[in-house]
Design a protein around this ligand. Structure first.
Ligand SMILES: NC(=O)c1ccc[n+]([C@@H]2O[C@H](COP(=O)([O-])OP(=O)(O)OC[C@H]3O[C@@H](n4cnc5c(N)ncnc54)[C@H](OP(=O)(O)O)[C@@H]3O)[C@@H](O)[C@H]2O)c1
Length: 261
């Protein structure tokens, strides 16, 4: 990282939803290390969120953790309002909060559908809406899709659909926000070594393959790089889309999947 990179976000204010763990925590860390004041949104894991704030502030950054369930648009609005009020402006939204779901067609309930879409889809739409309300020209919104939005995986319909909708959202919202000089894009991560992956990675294997091929070997043969991403490798993509270097890039979804096939 060059000296210029280290100051890419100096004077800027970023909100990272899902910032307490995994990809979001890596994004918050990256933006803070490059100079941003960071507000970390979390759902329930206050200990992890406060530990990250302590680490970032001891590193010289300005950081704050706020509880906000993105399934509730009012909580999301309060998160964005408070961030802008606390630090005087809002430049970047990195919307990383998300949940997994696996279940075959016959097992999916309306409650499952509503919950997955409330967090992964509706949650990101209203985060973008409330963030944009505070942003001036130069604002950057980065949502989170998944490699799953464009792959067929057994039993993954609900999650994949909730993420595919996000790709349609950034495409269409770019037309509205472009006139204000605000960009909106998404990252589509592939398998990334987080709590989510630790819990759900085995479900990506087709049921007929489970038990016949070790998961590690499956990862090796299904990706050009043959390994999961580390969260900070994915965070680099969010930082790029949030930076001035991405000023002419909007409405797109950037796959960051190590060549997953
Ligand atoms: N890991 C992967 O392989 C992978 C691949 C493709 C896409 N993704 C996407 O990348 C994003 C981050 O995933 P991850 O692997 O870092 O997940 P993770 O390790 O499970 O962390 C999830 C984060 O989201 C927060 N969160 C969950 N539900 C929330 C809600 N209703 N309101 C507010 N915050 C909520 C959690 O907060 P608490 O700590 O308070 O629970 C936590 O900070 C997700 O959108 C996921 O779908 C991940």
């Amino acid at each position: 990282m060059t000296a210029a990179d280290r100051s890419r976000f100096t004077g800027k204010v970023a909100v990272v939803t899902g910032g307490s763990r995994g990809i979001g925590a890596a994004v918050a860390t990256r933006l803070a290390r490059e100079g941003a004041a960071v507000v970390i949104g979390y759902r329930g894991n206050e200990q992890a969120a406060q530990a990250l704030v302590a680490a970032l502030t001891s590193d010289g950054a300005r950081a704050l953790a706020l509880r906000a369930d993105v399934a509730d648009p009012d909580q999301t609005r309060r998160l964005l309002d408070r961030a802008a009020q606390e630090f005087g402006r809002l430049d970047v939204l990195a919307s990383c909060a998300g949940i997994e779901h696996f279940g075959a067609l016959e097992s999916i309930t309306p409650a499952d559908f509503d919950h997955v879409f409330a967090v992964n889809t509706r949650g990101q739409l209203f985060a973008a809406q409330h963030a944009a309300a505070h942003m001036a020209a130069g604002g950057r919104i980065v949502l989170t899709s998944s490699v799953s939005a464009s792959r067929a995986v057994f039993g993954h319909t609900l999650y994949a659909a909730s993420k595919a909708a996000v790709e349609a959202m950034v495409l269409n919202l770019s037309a509205e926000l472009g006139g204000r000089g605000i960009t909106i894009n998404a990252i589509a991560p592939g398998g990334t070594a987080t709590d989510m992956a630790a819990e759900h990675a085995p479900s990506y294997q087709h049921p007929k393959l489970r038990g016949t091929m070790p998961l590690q070997q499956w990862v090796e043969v299904h990706g050009a790089l043959g390994r999961l991403a580390q969260p900070d490798e994915v965070a680099a993509g969010y930082a790029f889309l949030a930076s001035d270097d991405a000023a002419y890039l909007t409405g797109r979804t950037l796959p960051l999947d190590g060549g997953f096939f």
